[in-house]
Ligand binder design. Structure first.
Ligand code: ZN
Length: 197
């Protein structure tokens, strides 16, 4: 349809989440037609530098450019509470509320046998080794979807026998909804109203 180099650029953009063929074409033509060579070079440099330097925090598994991340290494955070989330964006959403002062653990997904996602595919081992005597509570802040709830129940069964309190964020986030899209008030209420599992 287009010359091979343009087609290849369109296909690269079309791989991005939420970008269909039409949007990918629009972005490709914007890059070729409207962006200066400098802007393009700056963008390429940002992408490759971020890709090179951003990695998983060895403790909480969140994306970070320092090791451990700024939250894990802060002496102002309450290390007795760990809030378990599915994705890095959930950390950002909860941090925005400024209501939670504990630590996080990012699973990088949720259990979903139908999609072939088993416990080994998530950062569960990495969570379990963090559960030392200093930890009093683990908050399950996975999404209120079928897989998010199944993940919370699965983890609760592993962690409760260790004598650690396991709580689940309250309803309020629409069932099937995503934490990253919840507004701040809803998130604050969900955290405050968490209940024992
Ligand atoms: Zn961390």
């Amino acid at each position: 349809m287009f010359p091979p180099l343009i087609e290849s650029l369109i296909e690269s953009f079309a791989q991005m989440p939420g970008i269909g063929r039409k949007s990918a074409e629009r972005i490709a033509f914007y890059v070729l037609d409207n962006m200066s060579k400098n802007d393009v070079e700056h963008m390429i440099k940002s992408i490759s530098e971020a890709k090179e330097k951003v990695h998983f925090c060895p403790i909480c598994q969140n994306l970070t450019d320092v090791s451990p991340c700024r939250i894990c290494s802060s002496d102002k955070r309450d290390k007795s509470i760990i809030c378990v989330v599915e994705n890095p964006k959930d950390v950002t959403a909860i941090e925005k509320t400024k209501e939670f002062n504990g630590l996080y653990h990012v699973l990088h997904g949720a259990l979903s046998p139908m999609d072939g996602i088993s416990p080994d595919d998530l950062k569960i081992k990495e969570l379990l080794i963090r559960l030392t005597a200093d930890v009093n509570e683990v908050i399950m802040a996975t999404n209120p979807t079928v897989s998010g709830t199944a993940t919370a129940v699965y983890l609760s069964k592993l962690i409760s026998p260790m004598g650690i309190k396991v709580t689940r964020i309250a309803n309020g986030i629409p069932i099937g909804g995503d934490i990253e899209y919840a507004d701040e008030i809803t998130l604050i209420k969900a955290l405050e109203g968490r209940q024992n599992m």
